[in-house]
Design a protein around this ligand. Structure first.
Ligand SMILES: Nc1ncnc2c1ncn2[C@@H]1O[C@H](COP(=O)(O)OP(=O)(O)OP(=O)(O)O)[C@@H](O)[C@H]1O
Ligand SMILES: [Mg+2]
Length: 257
């Protein structure tokens, strides 16, 4: 069963249709690059998946077992989750943003620990709110992103690329099944972008995490994505392995009406 199955997803803001019927199935462990012109609906699509944005139509299915350990094999529409299930679901879905969304005045490890609360919770800014196990796990995750020596620095002493690595470590605290990364490296130069994407891809591979990643350059998309989804005017215009993303296809994706 796919880990994510999107069927006829629509989103409108008033009279403006942003997603015009998205169909997409994603398999466990895939690293999917999402591309398209500005305004094509990349962020909206990612945000619908974890319901930061409410879809106006369609369905987003996940195997119930993804977030409810004792569940049978049934799949469930994310839109129909009750409050308690929604909390469990959000815990298994990590979100990474362009501007890192880390709390600058806190230490690096405090930021990582906040991931143990789920990224939506308010940050309890004191280490003693966390168990010894959680603190150990935070250090493990910082090591995985290469930032262990920076654990007790204030987050704003870190470079942009390092701050995004903190965000990755924070997300790992949720043991996510799925990571949604919306332009995670758009604020970084190409070299730092590759450092961050190397880490993101490695941890996803190691942990069997599925990733939907919108990327702002074709070079990076070709280098990192296993599969590419090209959006155009709110629809899936291209969906295939990266080697099928020919120059002609790219031209079509980025051609305005
Ligand atoms: N809250 C909102 N209210 C009204 N319109 C919105 C809202 N959020 C997004 N839109 C519109 O939806 C369309 C798609 O936006 P979205 O942010 O998903 O595009 P995108 O592909 O992520 O673009 P970019 O590459 O610039 O990030 C845009 O035309 C945008 O103006
Ligand atoms: Mg966007």
């Amino acid at each position: 069963m796919s880990i994510l199955e999107i069927r006829g997803l629509h989103k409108s803001y008033g009279a403006t249709q942003v997603l015009a019927g998205i169909d997409l199935s994603v398999e466990k462990g895939e690293f999917v690059g999402v591309i398209g012109l500005s305004g094509s609906g990349k962020s909206t699509l990612l945000r619908c998946v974890n319901r930061l944005v409410e879809p106006t139509g369609g369905a987003i299915y996940l195997p119930r077992a993804t977030f409810a350990p004792a569940a049978d094999g049934a799949k469930i529409d994310v839109a129909k989750l009750g409050r308690a299930d929604m909390r469990l679901y959000r815990r298994r879905v990590g979100m990474i943003f362009q501007h890192y969304n880390i709390v600058k005045r806190l230490t690096v490890i405090e930021n990582v620990l906040s991931g143990a609360l789920g990224y939506q919770s308010s940050v309890k800014s004191c280490l003693r709110f966390f168990s010894r196990d959680e603190r150990r796990q935070a250090l493990v995750n910082l090591k995985r992103v290469g930032l262990l020596p920076h654990a007790y620095k204030r987050a704003d002493q870190l470079s942009g690329g390092e701050q995004q690595r903190v965000a990755i470590a924070r997300t790992l605290m949720q043991s996510p099944a799925l990571i949604l990364a919306d332009e995670p490296v758009s604020s970084l130069d190409p070299k730092l972008s590759r450092v961050v994407l190397d880490i993101l891809k490695r941890v996803c591979r190691e942990d069997g995490i599925t990733a939907l990643v919108s990327l702002h350059t074709l070079d990076l998309t070709r280098e990192y994505a296993d599969r590419v989804v090209g959006l155009k005017e709110g629809r899936v215009f291209f969906d295939g392995p990266v080697k099928q993303l020919t120059d002609a296809v790219v031209e079509d994706i980025y051609q305005r009406k």
